[in-house]
Design a protein around this ligand. Structure first.
Ligand code: CAO
Length: 425
């Protein structure tokens, strides 16, 4: 079966997480992704959080599937020449270096366009134009500056970052969409374009509902926040809402059987209005169906804490999966808190290819998250990540370099670390 992006050639100049997330997705859709890495070193994540000595880390392998790796020293004159040949042949160049790094290599947008006017040049940076545009940014910085941290956590606690990598992987996802849109536009315009995505902007986009709430504050308290029911006044900014449901259907995380010893024995429970009567029956409070204090969503808002405490008395008598089964029978929206261990072992996620086992020559078998985006005519076949420089010779040959040229490039330090000659030698 063919693949959606078959024939698209990507010069993947990304590192760490945000850029590699983007190019990995494009590779899963069939693009030929050539990852350029520094000779002898490679993407810094190859050697970070190492669990199998001598093998690429899971940090690297899980973000760089289906790619080829070529090592090029971009600061070497001949190395830059190789990069320029690659740019001429590629459809897309993706990078996420610190601001200015590409320009310092001599690869300005003007130069890239000169080399290939059809190329799409995509970048992740921490911030867009403005006071912070020169700053380096990592995941948690983006979560803090994009509005996620100020709205995550308990009202009386410190701001919290979330385990979901919304700054890195989230921005990589945004960038991948920008690139595919630019590729589509090119089919009509014939021209490439610049695609940029700032991590602050990507996080704020994902926190859209919190900016909605900021503006709603002007019209009065946010009645669906439990803080309202507890009679605690609102301040000037959207507060942290703990586990309150983000929408108009109140929800909370409740203890289930075993919570005393299992940190994940909890369930998310939503008191969706259309199933309120079923909820009353399940938890054994049938009179709440007609009691004016409980019968309508508006009447329930100031009583949510008490309502959730009562529901929790019921959920504590069931395991989270038993509760899920019972509640689903009545179409009551809920979700058990699943640990990473449970997700890794989940057979339905294995069956859909969302969790995949991959074999790697140096580290053996490991689990990864496959492509979460399913295309019926473009299935993603997850292939192991490349070893450092594994495809250098083959990519150079495809650019027209002869076997002798390839040796000479390595000897000149363009594609391999220059050997230091010791006194003994
Ligand atoms: N050959 C020679 N030099 C190379 C090279 C190669 N193949 N690849 C990279 N380099 C050089 C760059 O030219 C740059 O050198 P100069 O600073 O001298 O111009 C240097 O390596 C590394 O650049 P960097 O500043 O991007 O790396 P860093 O580790 O200091 O910073 C990060 C990392 C992520 C903070 C920074 O790249 C950044 O802010 N990126 C944009 C935002 C982003 O993507 N953040 C997400 C991080 S996690 O996904």
């Amino acid at each position: 079966m063919s693949q959606a992006l078959k024939g698209v050639k990507i010069l993947d100049f990304t590192h760490v997480q945000s850029g590699p997330t983007c190019t990995q997705l494009l590779a899963w859709f069939g693009a030929d992704c050539i990852k350029v890495e520094r000779p002898g070193v490679g993407d810094i994540t190859r050697g970070q959080l190492v669990d199998v000595p001598g093998a690429d880390s899971l940090y690297f392998t899980m973000l760089n599937h289906n790619k080829r790796s070529i090592t090029i020293d971009s600061k070497n004159k001949k190395g830059l020449e190789i990069l320029e040949r690659l740019i001429k042949q590629c459809d897309v160049i993706v990078e996420n270096f610190a601001p200015g790094a590409m320009d310092r290599m001599g690869l300005t947008w003007e130069r890239i366009q000169e080399l290939n006017p059809r190329i799409i040049y995509a970048s992740v940076k921490g911030f867009g134009p403005g006071p912070y545009e020169e700053c380096k940014v990592y995941e948690n910085v983006a979560q803090c500056t994009g509005g996620a941290a100020s709205t995550t956590g308990f009202r009386d606690g410190v701001p919290l970052v979330t385990g979901a990598q919304i700054g890195d992987s989230g921005t990589g996802l945004h960038l991948a969409l920008g690139i595919t849109a630019a590729l589509y536009q090119r089919t009509m315009s014939g021209k490439g374009q610049r695609v940029t995505c700032a991590m602050q902007d990507g996080v704020l986009n994902l926190c859209r509902v919190k900016l909605r709430d900021q503006q709603r504050l002007a019209a009065g308290p946010l009645t669906e926040y439990s803080q309202f029911g507890e009679g605690i006044p609102f301040g000037e900014a959207t507060p942290r809402a703990a586990n309150d449901s983000g929408g108009g259907q109140p929800g909370d995380i409740l203890k289930c059987k075993g919570w005393e010893t299992d940190p994940n024995a909890y369930i998310y429970f939503i008191t969706q209005a259309p199933v309120w009567e079923k909820i009353c029956d399940v938890i054994g409070e049938p009179t709440w169906k007609t009691d004016p204090n409980y019968a309508t969503p508006k009447a329930r808002l100031p009583r949510l804490r008490g309502i959730f405490n009562r529901i929790e008395q019921w959920t504590m008598t069931k395991t989270k999966l038993e509760a899920m089964d019972i509640l689903n029978e009545f179409d009551i929206p809920c979700g058990p808190i699943l640990s990473m261990k449970e997700l890794a072992e989940d057979q339905s996620l294995r069956a859909t290819g969302t969790v995949v086992e991959v074999d790697h020559p140096k580290r053996g078998k490991y689990l990864t998250v496959g492509n979460p985006i399913k295309l019926s005519d473009s299935p993603a076949n997850v292939q192991r990540s490349p070893l450092l420089g594994e495809h250098t010779d083959e990519v150079l040959a495809s650019l027209g370099y002869s076997a002798d040229d390839i040796k000479a490039l390595a000897a000149a330090g363009a594609t391999a670390p220059v050997k230091k000659v010791t006194a003994a030698e």
